[in-house]
Structures are given as C-alpha cells and as structure tokens.
Write a protein that binds this ligand. Structure first.
Ligand SMILES: [Fe+2]
Length: 296
C-alpha cells in the first residue's frame, strides 16, 4: 500500500487592493516589496500549472506549508480559502501558515481562522494532527507576528510538547510520521538569523527524542535536503521551491514534491519526485530520490 503525499509551498497569491489605513503598519514594506519585485516573480499562471500537475498525480493528501498570502490582509486570508477550495476539499488538504500569513497581529476572526478546516486536524489546536491510513501528518504552526524586517518564526513550548506526544503516539501506532512546518528547522545555506526559527534547537531535540520519518518545509523558496539524526534513524528534512515562482534570473522556478510512502521492514521507504516548471513551460520531473528511514 503506497500513500501519495504532494507538498507545495509559498504560493504567495496575488496581492489584492489594500486600503491606505490597512498599510499604516509593517504591511507597507510588504506592499512595496510586492509591487517593486515580487509580483513579477510569483505568477498565477505558474501556480495554476503546478496545481494541475499535482492533480494529474492523484495524491492522497496535499500539504501546503505556508506563505499563502503576502501581508496578512483579511481579504488575502479569504482569497486563500477560496484558492484551497479550488485544490480540493479540506479533508484532502492540510495547510500550515507562514510568516507572511502572520505579517501583523489580527483579530482571530480576520486571520488564518478564515482558512477553517484546511488548517485543522483532530481538534482546532496546533499542531494539526491527521491520521491517514498508515501515515500521520503533523502540521506545526511556526508563524507569529514579528517586528519590522524580521521574518522568523517560533513553535513555542506548548506546541512543542504536543508535537512530542503526537510523535510518540504515531510511533506506538506504527505510523509514518510526517511533520509540516513553514520555517526550516535546520540550518540552510543562505539562511540568516532574522529569517530563522527561534526555537529550532528545541525542535531538533524534540525530533531527536521522539523521532519522525519526514519533515517538509518552505520559507527559503529553494530545494534543500538535510538529514537529521533522530530516534527514527536518519530523518530527511526537505525544503521545496515556491509553487508560483518564475524567477529566471536566479533560476528559481515553480515546483512541488511528490512523496510515495511505503512500509519497508521495520522502517519506511519514501520515494521523492521533484516536479518543476521548465523555461519552456511544461512541468517536468527534475530529480528523483529514494529516502529510506530505518530505526537505528
Ligand atoms: Fe515565502
């Protein structure tokens, strides 16, 4: 029995019109950044092609690891919800927010709560835990409003404890535990302190103690693979590109990853297929890799 998980991240949906008073905060920086540069990099056409490609691969579940919007306008969160509905129903899509989805503090009713069941697991609290056959998805929320010029994140002790307990439960039940988080919990080349996860060390210790079979993240808009020693063995920590990118100058093209998860003896075999837009347009497989996670 193979479980197929699609991972896409950082779609940065087009920024809608904003009222002047909505921009009299840190949002003005993100608004300027969008209009100067980002709107020519994050294209709806690329994102639509990526989603069509995801659908063509018939995944069992689709994970979206944040930065759905740009400056946390309530209208962006409402548009995000509409976009999720074009992907699939909430039981088939699990979303965690990114720093751009918590760009400023908002009343709960105007924030990512508008995403509804798309960010929920067994209960309404983070991390969102979903058991899907032989797989347990754990969606960690690392998005907290940060000061100007900062795009870091924090998991926090309460969520960290619940993550540890969920990982233990998943191990007892013999499930393949997949953790979703926006911020990379490992050092990535080119990453800087103002963009980092503040409690990454505690997060890595939690994984080391309790084990996980796969960690997937966004934030960097780049592909990356780091192996982390955990109680589950060598755990792959994989970053994916922005699903809407069309940055030919830097070679950053929109893409996503497909994971095919199968039990292998006492461990798991996870076949990763990296799909990406090519300069001529169509989305193609640019790499495949077999990741084997076997308990030490
Ligand atoms: Fe992003």
């Amino acid at each position: 029995m193979i479980f197929r998980l699609a991972h896409l991240t950082d779609p940065h949906l087009p920024l809608p019109r904003a009222r002047a008073r909505e921009l009299m905060t840190k949002r003005i920086l993100g608004w300027q950044s969008w209009h100067r540069r980002r709107k020519s990099i994050h294209l709806s056409t690329v994102l639509q092609a990526v989603v069509r490609d995801v659908h063509a691969h018939h995944p069992d579940q689709i994970a979206v690891t944040g930065d759905v919007g740009n400056i946390s306008l309530p209208s962006e969160h409402a548009a995000a919800r509409e976009w999720f509905e074009t992907i699939d129903r909430p039981e088939r899509v699990l979303v965690v927010p990114g720093n751009h989805d918590a760009y400023v503090s908002l009343p709960a009713s105007e924030g990512v709560a508008l995403w509804g069941a798309y960010r929920e697991g067994e209960d309404g609290a983070a991390p969102a835990i979903r058991r899907l056959g032989q797989v347990m998805l754990i969606g960690v929320d690392s998005a907290v409003p940060m000061p100007w010029l900062m795009s870091g994140g924090t998991v926090g002790p309460a969520q960290m404890d619940k993550l540890g307990a969920a990982l233990d439960r998943g191990r007892r039940e013999g499930l393949c535990r997949v953790v979703l988080i926006h911020h990379p919990p490992v050092p990535i080349r080119g990453g800087s302190g103002r963009k980092a996860l503040s409690d990454a060390e505690a997060f890595r210790q939690t994984l080391a103690r309790h084990g996980a079979e796969l960690v997937i993240h966004g934030h960097t808009h780049r592909r990356s693979l780091v192996m982390l020693d955990t109680a589950a063995g060598r755990t792959p920590v994989v970053g994916a590109p922005s699903a809407s990118a069309n940055d030919r100058r830097h070679g950053d093209m929109g893409g996503w990853n497909l994971y095919e998860i199968a039990r292998m003896g006492t461990g798991w075999q996870i076949d990763m297929t990296c799909r990406e837009a090519t300069p001529s347009g169509p989305i193609a497989t640019i790499a495949t890799e077999t990741l084997r996670v076997v308990p030490p």
